[in-house]
Design a protein around this ligand. Sequence first.
Ligand SMILES: N[C@@H](CCC(=O)N[C@@H](CS)C(=O)NCC(=O)O)C(=O)O
Length: 212
Amino acid sequence: MRKVRVVLAEKGLEYKLDPISPFSPPENFHELSPLKRIPVLRDESEGPDATLPDSSAISAYLERKHPNPPLYPSQPFAYGRALWLEEYADSDFIATIGGGLFRAVVVNMLMRKEPDKDLATDTWENKAPRFLKFFEKELGGREHFIGDTLTIADIAVASPFVNAAHAGFAPDPARYPNLVRFLKTTHARPSFAACITEERKMLERLGLKYAL
Ligand SMILES: N[C@@H](CCC(=O)N[C@@H](CS)C(=O)NCC(=O)O)C(=O)O
């Protein structure tokens, strides 16, 4: 959901948020989202039933409908690389962070259960490093993954690190200097900062400390 909120904010688009928990969804939710996942975009300007249930589909749709500022590279190979990095972040990486850190710590605490600290530590120490090493190397000394402006690749990669930080985990700047620099500048953009501030307000009430 955060990924789409950042895309909307970067494009200067107004929206209304209807918070739905995918863990206790409304009865007919599968009709909107067959995978029963969030986010779902409803664009009433396209008709009463105009919904899209996947962050990548939503982001690509918004780009086509509101091309400025562009969040996808125009050069064909750069465009392909942006889609690949988006997919990598949205599949394996987010699944690792989502299940091993966010659910283990944050979702458990939201449901008033004990956080699974062993699972979270094992995930961070043994499963996360291959992603962190990959992102560190891909970035090199550059500010963005592709080209010199923000793209969907930056947004998709930076977002799961917010979830990790909510769970209390952040990359070590001594081992991952490029990645940490990228995360700090990307998360400081007003689009990310607005979401992070809102989320922190809610989660810090549970005693969670933001790690980045
Ligand atoms: N590929 C989908 C994945 C969405 C996704 O996994 N959403 C999570 C919350 S951030 C969810 O709804 N999880 C509930 C579940 O998997 O049952 C997208 O990017 O929109």
